[in-house]
Design a binder for this molecule. Structure first.
Ligand SMILES: N[C@@H](CCC(=O)N[C@@H](CS)C(=O)NCC(=O)O)C(=O)O
Length: 323
């Protein structure tokens, strides 16, 4: 991580743990919002008006948080407005790096070697982890925001006057219910799998693993319509999808959440495929980056051997790509 703008040598890919060995995720540091007219958003400062080509999104395909911003960008038709740069899937001892791996990019703006250099460019004294996604402003040369939840919401509304869309990922009439379900899905599922994977005590693992399967069971029950809120696709579906699509291929093995695969849940499997088949979503899923990335987390898999399966995920992706 960065400490006062300097890369700290004792950086550990295993993140912070609390007194019971539970994994604790860092809170994001840049919280400004792009808005149609540049007025301030719910947090941070103003001065970030919607403009085509002005902002760049830095992501990793392995990262579920970055992937939900990629999904929002596709589903809201913002590909021509917000260019994307993809980092390598494997963490280095200086965090996320640019270029070299198939499907990864060089940094087109500054030829940086590492994502942490983007952070110190924005704030030479930054202290914190250099995470993806990062939304960069090429005009002011600062990070607008590095919190995927915010980025999904600004993509939902900030550019609507430029790129009209029938899709509303965070509709006002569902806002309260979406917030409640998001919070539970985040804790028990999205971050729950990480809490299981990075648990440093049996107790912490068991607690996290139980939460994961309670939530999967609950969602399986809930899914009587096409999406979690009936026939309307919302950001909650994006948040759920990014974990489901990684589950059988990465979390089930590496993070030890192996009571069941998503394949054992008929409704969740159909739901995952339904979302994967929405226009553009397949382009946000790079299974090679996902499995290479997760299985190269040294603390969990020191020899970095990547398993070959699972065949049903490879087949599903091939089928959707061929369609
Ligand atoms: N709250 C952030 C979390 C993002 C996050 O944790 N990203 C991970 C990858 S999935 C990361 O970049 N980790 C690098 C690190 O912690 O040093 C968000 O949702 O945007």
């Amino acid at each position: 991580m960065l400490v006062d703008g300097k890369w700290s040598a004792d950086w550990q890919p295993v993140q912070k743990a609390d007194e019971k060995g539970r994994f604790v995720r860092q809170v994001s540091g840049f919280r400004n919002w792009i808005t149609p007219d540049g007025s301030a958003g719910p947090t941070g400062e103003g001065g970030f008006p919607a403009e085509a080509g002005r902002y760049r999104l830095y992501v990793a395909f392995i990262c579920p948080w970055a992937s939900r911003t990629l999904m929002a960008r596709k589903l809201k038709g913002l590909e021509d407005i917000i260019p994307v740069t993809v980092v390598n899937p494997t963490m280095t001892d200086q965090g996320w790096s640019f270029g070299g791996y198939e499907g990864a990019d060089e940094d087109p703006l500054f030829s940086s070697e590492y994502i942490h250099q983007i952070y110190t460019r924005a704030d030479p004294h930054y202290t914190g982890r250099a995470t993806v996604p990062v939304l960069w402003d090429t005009q002011r040369n600062v990070i607008v925001n590095n919190e995927s939840a915010d980025i999904v919401r600004m993509f939902d509304t900030a550019f609507e006057h430029m790129v009209p869309s029938d899709l509303r990922l965070y509709p006002e009439d569902l806002a309260g219910e979406i917030d409640d379900l998001n919070a539970r899905i985040y804790d028990k599922l999205n971050n729950g799998v990480y809490k299981a994977g990075f648990a440093s005590s049996q107790e912490a693992y068991t607690e996290a693993d139980e939460g994961v399967f309670e939530m999967l069971d609950e969602l399986e029950e809930r899914l009587i319509g096409d999406f979690l809120f009936g026939d309307r696709l919302t950001e909650t579906d994006l948040r759920t999808f990014v974990t489901l699509i990684r589950f059988d291929a990465a979390y089930h093995g590496l993070f030890k959440t192996n009571r069941r695969q998503i394949a054992a849940y008929p409704r969740l499997s159909a739901y995952m495929e339904r979302i994967l088949r929405l226009p553009g979503v397949i382009d946000t899923v790079n299974m090679d980056h996902i499995t290479r990335g997760y299985y190269s987390i040294k603390a969990l898999n020191p020899k970095r051997i990547r398993p070959t399966g699972p065949a049903h995920i490879t087949k599903l992706l091939d089928d959707v790509r061929a369609a």
